[in-house]
Design a protein around this ligand. Structure first.
Ligand code: BGC
Length: 755
């Protein structure tokens, strides 16, 4: 289809009309020109296609579909191929259902454990979120179905989500809140991007030209269209100017009329509108020209796929005395309502109408497993009778497995949590069961970290997250050793909420939230503070053991235009097959810029038979070493020795090697009267110019050698003096030289320095 030619045949009204939805889920058709309507649907971990009553909060019914594990779980797989496979399955389902775009992945950074939508988001780490997101997008789009990476950007809270301004400095945005989008655009070119509800430093994302055009398109090369989050459009004309192409859902023609009026009155150049229309039509036709409604959708097969994925995501947090795996001939008590009715997804727009679910109790049929309800999630209570029944069941079993976590109401789109605790009744139940049976294991269903006051009293903890409709099947496979746990935490579990770096500022004041912790989000903060955490980022145990050895770097020194390859040998030293997640972190040397202690810059999941060893390689480039420099408005590498640390979690890094990295970009330098001596001396070229000036100034200050002990001499020559000189601005040469150094001399010096 020649899109430009098509646009040239459209009337102004048709073009304005195309820039908003037909209804809740469709783009507008233009029958006169044969332009078809296309349908979009949530997402991201399954389809929420609504045939009848539409809503964006997951309230009304949608078609029966397959609910895959949510992003909180899939991120923990650290497995790019796995999530690509999930994307392929979702892409096939979209083709079957004639959906042009699935609304996801959701990649916002987990700034606080409190965000109501954390379960839908991947990680506190932007690199991990970006790599998982890019693979998901590649999977879906390999089926000629689009994705809508969301919510762009800095949408890390639900509180006042449609009006709040996320106020962060550019370095924080570039290093923490943008890279998941940037990596996805550069590596996977999503067909669409969904802008967020919130404002960024005062400007709504939906009318933020810097965000949607300068950064997204001009810098990163995004080629698709931007749609608004549902109801995120404020000023529609500003939106067109900013590059926000499609308003969703329909605003009943009100905003279309404003676009027409703006073009007629000359406020808006029609060429800007044409660009939006072209971008939307490109994607409309990319889908319709490749539509394959005959694609089969085998939901039973996807149920099994979803179980396999869920098993790869579970994180074994604790396994004292190798309490897990359970033996199949053991007497086991499953306790807690989630064993019979798992919580497998979160609330809101990602809510899937699962065509079936498998609970752990169902999956354990045929095994020697008893069940006691323990608590009611809906009522959020555990009666004395329920606890007594649970304790009796625990006493009769060799091992008690308590299924606990967060009930639906505790976390959802639309509002944030107010604390990090599990329901009190569940904590009480776990304590009672653990007292009745020392061999107690806890399985957790939650989308975000929780406090674990009972942790020392139980022998095992399996974090199953919100693992999709087949989570019960996956849990039983992992508990009984048919699957070996291989998930690792994509987020830190702090000991308590107030340890979290955003604790003081999260939620903000009125309509403004300051991201004052800057780049120190998650482990970047806990490591810098040397703080104890409950479980660190990257942590995850296995039923086997792995050994990391033989770290080799391709070079001892590189400059920032080159690449470095790090290779490590990972060996399965236990007696079961399993998967390791080799993690590579880069630690910057001490420098003027405040940097995190280490940052994740590579990860690979590797399957190993017992005794087997494999080499794993990582390629590092400039971005692996760089920070965002606000003066350069670019990534910058400070020359120095960087440590490459490799291991099984952010706090288990047995291997380390150093590489000398030379930064090739010079920082622009300009000196004036207020520049301090230390900064000038740190710049080798400037230091050469400054040194004779210092000697001259020094002799001016010490005319009589007999006065060597005078304060003036000390101010120039002694160690203490040198330190004081460090922080003095050039202008002080005037006041401290008693008139010996003239302003003209300083100006001449500045001229030489600034040449
Ligand atoms: C959510 C989006 C979702 C959209 C459509 C909004 O409320 O923020 O993530 O895709 O609704 O349901």
């Amino acid at each position: 289809m020649d899109i430009k030619a098509l646009v040239s045949r459209m009337t102004l009204e048709e073009k304005a009309g195309l820039c908003s939805g037909l209804d809740f889920w469709h783009t507008k058709p233009v029958e006169r020109l044969g332009i078809p309507a296309t349908m979009v649907s949530d997402g991201p971990h399954g389809l929420r296609k609504q045939d009848d009553k539409a809503d964006h909060l997951g309230v009304n019914e949608s078609i029966k579909a397959v609910c895959f594990p949510a992003a909180c779980a899939t991120a923990a797989s650290f497995d790019k191929d796995l999530i690509r496979g999930m994307g392929e399955a979702i892409g096939d389902s979209c083709q079957h259902e004639s959906l042009s775009v699935v609304l996801g992945p959701a990649v916002n950074i987990k700034r606080s454990p409190l965000c109501g939508r954390n379960f839908e988001y991947f990680s506190e780490d932007p690199y991990l979120a970006g790599k998982m997101s890019a693979s998901y997008i590649q999977g879906v789009q390999s089926r000629n179905v689009g994705t809508s990476i969301k919510h762009f950007a800095a949408n890390s809270q639900e509180h006042r989500r449609m009006s709040s301004s996320s106020d962060a400095d550019e370095r924080t945005l570039r290093e923490i809140y943008f890279p998941a989008f940037e990596i996805s655009v550069k590596e996977a070119q999503p067909w669409t991007v969904m802008c967020s509800y919130n404002r960024i430093n005062g400007t709504y994302a939906s009318e933020n030209k810097w965000l949607l055009t300068d950064v997204l398109r001009d810098e990163w090369g995004f080629e698709g269209y931007v749609m608004s989050d549902w109801g995120a459009t404020a000023d529609r004309v500003l939106g067109i100017l900013a590059g926000m192409d499609l308003e969703m859902p329909s605003s009943g023609g009100v905003n279309d009329a404003k676009i027409v009026e703006a073009v007629k009155s000359g406020k808006l150049d029609e060429a800007d509108l044409d660009k939006c229309v072209e971008r939307i039509l490109n994607i409309v036709y990319r889908f319709t020209e490749n539509a394959k409604p005959e694609t089969p959708w085998d939901q039973e097969a996807q149920h099994e796929l979803s179980a396999q994925i869920a098993a790869e995501c579970m994180v074994l947090l604790k396994n004292e005395d190798a309490i897990l795996p359970l033996r199949k001939d053991d007497d086991i008590a499953f306790i807690g309502e989630f064993a019979a009715k798992p919580r497998y997804q979160g609330g809101g727009s990602s809510h899937i109408n699962a065509f079936k679910t498998t609970s752990a109790v169902e999956a354990a049929q045929g095994l020697k497993v008893t069940y006691a309800q323990g608590y009611s999630a809906a009522k959020d209570e555990a009666t004395d009778a329920q606890i007594a029944e649970a304790v009796a069941a625990a006493k009769q079993a060799r091992i008690a497995v308590v299924f606990a976590g967060l009930p639906d109401a505790y976390e959802s789109e639309g509002y944030d949590r107010t604390h990090m605790r599990m329901p009190e009744c569940q904590n009480r139940l776990i304590e009672a069961v653990a007292e009745a049976n020392p061999n107690t294991v806890v399985v957790l269903h939650n989308g975000s970290p929780v406090e674990m006051p009972w942790l020392d009293k139980v022998k095992g903890v399996l974090e199953a997250y919100l693992g999709g409709q087949a989570v019960g099947l996956a849990t039983v496979r992992v508990l009984f050793g048919d699957a070996n746990p291989c998930g690792h935490l994509a987020e830190t579990f702090p000991k308590k909420l107030s340890d979290n770096p955003s604790f003081l500022y999260y939620g903000g004041e009125g309509n403004r939230t300051e991201y004052r912790e800057g780049v120190f989000v998650g482990y970047r903060y806990y490591d810098r503070k040397e703080m104890d955490v409950l479980f660190p980022f990257g942590h995850g145990l296995s039923y086997t053991t792995f050994e990391y050895s033989n770290l080799r770097l391709s070079a001892d020194a590189i400059d920032d235009t080159g690449t470095l390859t790090a290779t490590v040998t990972v060996k399965n030293t236990g007696s079961r097959a399993g998967k390791a997640v080799a993690q590579l972190y880069v630690a910057a040397p001490e420098m003027d810029v405040l940097r995190p202690v280490r940052e994740l810059k590579g990860f690979e999941k590797v399957h190993l038979e017992p005794g087997e060893a494999k080499d794993v390689s990582f390629t590092l480039d400039k971005r692996s070493f760089a920070y965002w420099n606000e003066t350069l408005h670019d990534w910058h590498v400070v020359s120095g020795k960087y440590a490459i640390q490799i291991g099984a979690s952010s706090r288990d890094l047995p291997l380390c090697a150093a590489v000398d990295v030379t930064g090739t970009a010079a920082l622009p330098k300009h000196y004036d009267m207020n520049s301090i001596f230390m900064d000038i001396l740190a710049d080798p070229r400037a230091a050469e110019i400054l040194k004779p000036f210092i000697s001259k100034a020094a002799s001016a200050l010490t005319p009589d050698p007999d006065e060597a002990s005078s304060a003036a001499t000390e101010a120039i020559s002694g160690e203490m003096g040198a330190a004081m000189l460090n922080y003095m601005p050039l202008r002080t040469a005037l006041s401290f030289s008693g008139g010996q150094v003239s302003e003209a001399q300083i100006n001449a010096l500045l001229e030489a320095l600034n040449q």
